[in-house]
Design a protein around this ligand. Structure first.
Ligand SMILES: Cc1cc2nc3c(=O)[nH]c(=O)nc-3n(C[C@H](O)[C@H](O)[C@H](O)COP(=O)(O)O)c2cc1C
Length: 194
């Protein structure tokens, strides 16, 4: 197959989306949207996550060393898009967020509406010039009890969950449908914060 050379790009690396749930010094919950998220194996299954720049989520994780990673579904997308386009420094950012529960093994805020949630503890912070890589231990995984169970049902399970991924600054459904550009789904969000 003949190839052409491209500049460095992540266009061909669609990423899953997660909302990281953290708490500030006052105990207030914050959720931010993140896609630099994958897994690793180091004697046990773990997670690697990367946060760039200066963010409320980063400050909170530095202090507590724990966070939740809540899978983004199509139903959650308008809220997730808002949480990825508003700074945690804005006191009104969290106004549209309802249904905040508690982790089962870690003291972290979790989104009730997310069907799959990782409870993560940072083992190692790797600071870079502008970003920070975090290697995490998976302390727990929460899963909606009503989802179809078993490996043989994974196709059905993922169809029900309807996870959202992203590339080229757009959102995509599990079946490849285009769900809009970053900043568009939040326009459908109603109520406080809009
Ligand atoms: C689709 C999408 C994916 C994002 N992924 C990341 C990411 O992986 N790492 C990162 O540092 N910021 C990422 N962001 C930006 C943060 O979500 C954004 O800065 C947000 O305001 C952070 O919230 P916080 O201030 O409450 O921490 C992403 C934004 C969008 C819209």
């Amino acid at each position: 197959m003949e190839k052409i050379s491209l500049r460095p790009t992540n266009d061909y690396c669609p990423q899953p989306l997660f909302l990281y749930g953290t708490r500030d010094e006052e105990g207030r919950s914050d959720f931010g949207l993140f896609c630099w998220f994958s897994y690793l194996w180091d004697g046990e299954l773990g997670v690697m996550a990367c946060i760039g720049g200066e963010k409320q989520t980063k400050d909170n994780i530095h202090r507590t060393k724990v966070f939740s990673a809540n899978m983004v579904t199509e139903a959650l997308l308008p809220l997730a898009d808002h949480l990825g386009n508003a700074s945690g420094r804005d006191p009104r950012k969290m106004d549209p967020v309802t249904g905040i529960g508690e982790g089962k093994v870690l003291p972290i805020p979790v989104l009730t509406a997310s069907p799959v949630v990782y409870e993560l503890e940072v083992r190692q912070f790797i600071p870079m010039d502008d970003e920070e890589v975090m290697l995490c231990r998976i302390r727990g995984v929460l899963r909606d009890a009503n989802l179809p169970e078993g490996v043989e049902n994974v196709t059905e399970e993922l169809a029900v969950i309807a996870p959202v991924s992203t590339t080229c600054r757009r959102y995509f459904g599990w079946d490849g449908r285009d769900l809009g550009a970053w900043g568009e789904p939040r326009e459908r969000l109603e109520g406080p914060g809009r």
